[in-house]
Design a protein around this ligand. Structure first.
Ligand SMILES: Cc1ncc(COP(=O)(O)O)c(C=O)c1O
Length: 429
């Protein structure tokens, strides 16, 4: 064995991988359904779901099959050509996911999808200028939002900690308080061209847009000719119990966004990002044709392999009524927590299987073992859960996120709740 092979994974990371993440000492090797096994053969119940990616669980046989079959036929061809798989996926997303006429553009990640939305807004601002004839370019987003790590995605993100140190940032973004109708009305200006929002904020701690706020956003967009963009990168494609996350919010079924971004769960683990743009007429053009030839592109976007995997994921979610499972199990978790509260958890927020357990930070601060660390309360608890075989994800400093595969079963949910209860009861004594 060479010297390199003898090094532990952690040593290889520290020597060769840029330290952009605070990584856990967890070394996954193999997965099946909701379970992951590490290099030593220890089993984890994976409720991190690759951070809302593994919609069908790990190594789903249908996903494995489509990857193998499509790879054997055609992995990649240029976007200069027309591959049926990409066109079929665009049809599926338009007709069966959104159900509103429009067109799709494909890329490879969530942040790239949002870059597409930002470019769409800029183009729209040009053809639909302000009252003094200048291109409109201002995009409103919300405090606590997360839209990605590229320069545009970062500039759109309403969290100072994400943007800090990378100035000067791309101009033209304004951040408003989430779920605050008055601030929204006061925040719109003659320059505003689009509103970009996560119907359910993920990284910001699982905050669901209120019905009142969503209708106010739609109303102001219609009144002021502003585009309404939903970032459904985390909350879309079934995660909240509907293929469109916002439709799970009460009274929001009729809300019609002008464009949507997706990634994460769309590929079930295979990288793909996409945007859908509404067929809405502006002057003598349609919004969905505004990004014309030469204006935008992606070498890998919507390549045959990614497209057939994503079509398989979406088809399965639709054909097997997986959204019903998501809704039922989300309700089960809520019921269980109400009937048997878990120490340190003060609230459960979210929709379907996009859930945030609010941690009582004050109570955690009193624990001696916690005082010895410099971790956030959420990170401290997430690590303890991982030590007991349950993988979850922190969101902000005091929220624990559950994002299990959408195919998770009731007994697996009960096992996860039991682990959480046992671990938190132990440190509560
Ligand atoms: C709502 C939202 N938008 C965009 C992104 C960025 O996606 P990606 O990491 O695929 O670029 C994320 C990632 O967490 C997200 O949650």
């Amino acid at each position: 064995m060479s010297q390199e092979e003898q090094k532990s994974t952690v040593d290889l990371y520290s020597q060769y991988v840029a330290p952009t993440y605070g990584r856990f000492n967890i070394f996954p090797q193999r997965g099946e359904g909701v379970f992951l096994w590490d290099e030593n053969g220890s089993r984890f119940l994976d409720f991190s779901g690759g951070v809302a990616v593994n919609s069908l669980g790990h190594s789903h046989p249908d996903l494995v099959k489509v990857i193998c079959n499509q790879a054997a036929e055609l992995v990649h061809c240029s976007n200069l050509y027309q591959h049926r798989g990409q066109a079929e996926l665009a049809r599926l997303l338009t007709e069966e996911v959104v159900g509103i006429n429009g067109k799709c553009f494909f890329c490879n990640s969530g942040t790239e999808a949002n870059e597409g939305l930002i470019k769409l807004a800029r183009k729209f601002g040009e053809v639909s200028p302000s009252s003094i004839g200048e291109p409109r370019h201002e995009i409103l987003s919300f405090n606590g939002s997360f839209h990605g790590r590229t320069t545009g995605g970062m500039a759109a993100t309403g969290q100072e900690k994400i943007r800090s140190g990378f100035g000067p940032l791309m101009e033209g973004f304004k951040y408003l308080p989430f779920n605050d109708v008055t601030e929204l009305i006061n925040g719109v200006s003659d320059k505003t061209v689009a509103i970009l929002m996560e119907p359910v904020q993920g990284e910001g701690g699982i905050n669901v847009a209120s019905s009142e706020f969503l209708s106010a956003v739609q109303e102001i967009c219609q009144k002021r000719n502003i585009l309404l963009f939903f970032d459904e990168v985390q909350c879309g494609i079934g995660r909240c119990g509907d293929l469109c996350g916002w439709r799970v919010i009460p009274n929001a079924q009729e809300i019609k966004p002008d464009a949507i971004s997706w990634a994460k769960g769309l590929g079930g683990g295979f990288p793909i990002g996409a945007i859908w743009i509404r067929d809405k007429s502006i002057n003598d053009l349609s919004l969905c044709d505004l990004l014309g030839p030469g204006t935008h592109g992606s070498t890998f976007g919507g390549a045959p392999l990614a497209s057939s995997v994503a079509s398989t994921v979406v088809r399965k979610i639709i054909d097997e009524n997986i959204c019903d499972n998501v809704i039922n199990l989300g309700e089960l978790i809520n019921r269980e927590l109400q009937s048997r509260p878990i120490p340190f958890i003060t609230e459960l927020r979210g929709l379907g299987l996009m859930l945030g357990f609010q941690v009582n930070s004050k109570a955690i601060n009193e624990i001696r073992d916690f005082q010895k660390t410099n971790k956030t309360p959420a990170l401290f608890l997430v690590e303890l859960l991982a030590d007991s075989g349950l993988l979850t994800v922190p969101a902000g400093s005091d929220v624990i996120r559950w994002l299990p595969p959408l195919i998770v079963k009731e007994n697996e949910i009960m096992e996860a709740l039991e682990i959480m209860r046992t671990v938190f009861e132990r440190i509560n004594t």
